[in-house]
Write a protein that binds this ligand. Structure first.
Ligand SMILES: Nc1ncnc2c1ncn2[C@@H]1O[C@H](COP(=O)(O)OP(=O)(O)OP(=O)(O)O)[C@@H](O)[C@H]1O
Length: 260
């Protein structure tokens, strides 16, 4: 079980020149097994929020807890999937996956077996002795997904994991990540610039406003869309309806930002 409570957090960045309020009074709860997306104009604080949920960055005010306890970057088992795959070029695919678990101290006979099983399910078992540069971008992100899931993290942070991929690969990976996380009942937070991706993958979408970053609106994705895999959800008329609502809200924030 993984419930994350974000309780009235604010973040001020202090530089030599100035103090900047990056996030202001953010509160929401991510329920166990829920998939949340965070969207908003550039610079609204999405990465800052994710860094605080990971425990890497401390909020200036407020608290973030996982099942009632603070999140410790060294001891809390958090899964990451980022825009870059961060695979080690000098290690084989198999060793890349195992190294992640070794570093987290979660490498056991069971987790190794699970990793190889996942690799097989992702159609990459035959590639296990190859090096990352011998794989396509989409394959490398699938390896990153296996690496993340194999160590059985308590929750996942996904920071633009598909944005460097071509459109077709991105759509296929969205389906793969969606079905895998649903099956594993993992709690996940996705940061994305892609409204369509947020709608087709999430249970709820948090739209942040900028300067300072604060919650503008939280959208519940209709159940009829949540029950579909992202590729199918994107074909549905309800998807277009949701897309237009969120697009208009985001546009209104962008235009307020440029008129300031
Ligand atoms: N280490 C830092 N020191 C000072 N200011 C920072 C730092 N990191 C981020 N900021 C500022 O905080 C604000 C939020 O930045 P953040 O990167 O979290 O936004 P974002 O929504 O992820 O942006 P983008 O969509 O462009 O990736 C920005 O104004 C940024 O300039």
């Amino acid at each position: 079980m993984s419930q994350i409570i974000i309780d009235h957090i604010s973040k001020i960045y202090v530089t030599k020149k100035e103090a900047q309020l990056a996030l202001k009074d953010i509160s929401f709860t991510i329920e166990d097994g829920e998939f949340i997306s965070v969207i908003g104009p550039s610079g609204c604080g999405k990465t800052t929020l994710l860094s605080m949920i990971s425990g890497i960055l401390e909020p200036t005010k407020g608290s973030i807890t996982l099942n009632g306890h603070p999140i410790e970057p060294k001891t809390t088992n958090v899964g990451y999937m980022l825009q870059q795959d961060y695979l080690f070029p000098w290690l084989t695919i198999e060793n890349n996956i195992m190294t992640g678990m070794r570093m987290k101290n979660t490498l056991t006979a069971e987790s190794k077996e699970k990793a190889l099983f996942l690799l097989q399910k992702m159609g990459l078992f035959e590639k296990k002795d190859l090096y990352p540069n011998q794989l396509s971008g989409g394959m490398r992100q699938r390896v990153a997904l296996v690496r993340m899931l194999a160590s059985n993290p308590l929750f996942m942070l996904l920071d633009e994991p598909f944005s460097a991929l071509d459109y077709q690969t991105k759509l296929k990976l969205e389906d793969l990540v969606f079905t895998t996380l649903k099956k594993e009942r993992k709690t996940a937070i996705l940061v994305t610039h892609d409204i369509g991706e947020a709608i087709s993958m999430s249970d709820r979408i948090i739209l942040l406003n900028s300067q300072p970053g604060r919650i503008h609106r939280i959208f519940d994705v209709p159940k009829s869309l949540r029950d579909k895999v992202p590729f199918e959800a994107r074909q549905s008329p309800q998807f277009t309806e949701q897309f237009n609502i969120i697009w208009e809200e985001l546009e209104s924030l962008e235009s307020k930002k440029t008129s300031r």
